[in-house]
Design a protein around this ligand. Structure first.
Ligand code: 13P
Ligand code: SF4
Length: 313
C-alpha cells in the first residue's frame, strides 16, 4: 500500500473500531499528521482519561501506553510496536526503588511519568516536565523528597523551587547528549534565535545558571514539548534553536510557517519513538495488536500518584 492508501485504510479502521490515535510530539511526521491528538505526556494522559473511544492506539513509547491503560482500565490500549521503550524509564527498577525506600521510610517519592507501572505503584506523586515544579511545591516543606528518575529534570526542579531533593541518577540517552556545546555553537550560528530547552537536556541546568553570561536562555525558555510548541507560537522571535528530540520540529514548522527552527543537535533522535510507523499503526488497528494491559492490582496502585498529578495539574 502506498502512503495515501494507508492513510485511507487507517481512517476507515479508526471509524469501524471506534478508535482514537494519540501521538507524542516526537512521532514521525506521517503519524503525527493522522493522529486525533498530538501532545506531551501530560496532554496525552488527559486525552486518555477523557476519550469516549473503545480503543486507544498509542503512538509513543511503552510507559505512555501503560499510563493510558492505568488511567482508562476499561479501554483497549494498543501500541504499534512493543519494543518502543525508553532509556530513562529503564534507569530505575522497582527493586532499586524499594531498597531506597527501606532506608528512607518517611520520604515522599515523586516520579517523572517516564517510569514503568511497577515503579509508579511504589510512588506518591507522578509528574511530567510541564508540572514537576508545581507537584514538588505542593508537598509540605518539612518532607524529605526523592525525585526520580531524571537527574537533569530533578536538578532543574531543585533550582526553581529552592527545595533540597534526593535525585535519582537517571537520564535519557537522547537528551543528555544535547550539551552546552551544541547550544553555544548554535547561538553563534543564529545569534538572533530564541533558545527553547526541554528540562531533560544535559544542558538545561548549567545553561540556566550561566544564562546571563552566555545565552539568551533564562528560566522561561525551559519547557515540556507542548510548552515549547506554545512558546514558539506566542514568541515574537522569528528564529529558534530547539534543544530536544528532533521530531518536534515537524509540528513547530507546520504551525509556524513564517518562523525558522534549528535543532540544537541534529543527532538527538529517539530510536524508540521512531519505531512507530504508519505501516505498524495500520497493522495495530487491523490485527488488534499489541495490547498493553496493566494488571488490575498494579493499575490501582499506580493510578494513585497519577491521579494526584492530574488533580494538581
Ligand atoms: P514531554 O512530556 O515534555 O513531552 O516529554 C516526554 C519525553 O519523553 C521527553 O523525552
Ligand atoms: Fe525516553 Fe528519551 Fe526517548 Fe523521551 S526521548 S522517550 S525520555 S528515550
Amino acid at each position: 500500500m502506498n502512503t495515501q492508501e494507508l492513510v485511507t485504510e487507517i481512517n476507515r479502521l479508526k471509524e469501524e473500531r471506534n478508535a482514537v490515535v494519540l501521538a507524542h510530539n516526537y512521532q514521525v511526521p506521517e503519524v503525527q499528521d493522522i493522529a486525533d491528538y498530538i501532545g506531551d505526556s501530560l496532554g496525552l494522559s488527559h486525552q486518555a482519561a477523557e476519550t469516549d473511544a473503545d480503543v486507544i492506539v498509542f503512538c509513543g513509547v511503552h510507559f505512555m501506553a501503560e499510563t493510558a491503560s492505568i488511567i482508562s482500565p476499561d479501554k483497549k490500549v494498543l501500541i504499534p510496536d512493543l519494543d518502543a521503550g525508553c532509556s530513562l524509564a529503564d534507569s530505575i527498577t522497582v527493586e532499586q526503588l524499594r531498597s531506597w525506600k527501606a532506608d528512607h521510610p518517611d520520604a515522599v517519592v515523586v516520579t517523572y511519568i517516564n517510569t514503568t507501572a511497577a515503579v509508579k505503584a511504589e510512588c506518591d506523586y507522578c509528574c511530567t516536565s510541564s508540572n514537576a515544579v508545581d507537584i514538588v511545591e505542593s508537598i509540605p516543606e518539612e518532607k524529605e523528597i526523592l525525585f526520580l528518575p531524571d537527574k537533569f529534570l530533578g536538578s532543574y526542579v531543585e533550582m526553581v523551587t529552592g527545595r533540597e531533593l534526593n535525585i535519582w541518577d537517571g537520564s535519557c540517552h537522547v537528551h543528555e547528549k544535547i550539551g552546552e556545546l551544541n547550544l553555544g555553537e548554535k547561538q553563534k550560528e543564529y545569534p538572533d534565535a530564541e533558545v527553547l530547552i526541554h528540562p531533560e537536556c544535559g544542558c538545561s541546568t548549567s545553561c540556566m545558571m550561566k544564562s546571563a553570561m552566555y545565552f539568551d536562555c533564562e528560566d522561561g525558555h525551559i519547557h515540556s514539548t507542548s510548552g515549547m510548541l506554545n512558546r514558539a507560537s506566542e514568541s515574537e522571535a522569528e528564529e529558534f534553536v530547539v534543544a530536544t528530540e528532533t521530531g518536534i520540529l515537524h509540528r513547530m514548522r507546520k504551525e509556524n510557517p513564517g518562523k525558522k527552527f534549528y535543532p540544537a543537535n541534529e543527532n538527538a533522535v529517539c530510536e524508540f519513538m521512531k519505531m512507530i510507523t504508519l505501516e505498524k499503526l495500520h497493522e495495530a488497528l487491523k490485527y488488534d495488536q499489541h495490547e498493553v494491559k496493566v494488571s488490575k492490582e498494579l493499575a490501582e496502585r499506580a493510578h494513585l500518584p497519577i491521579q494526584r498529578m492530574l488533580n494538581v495539574a
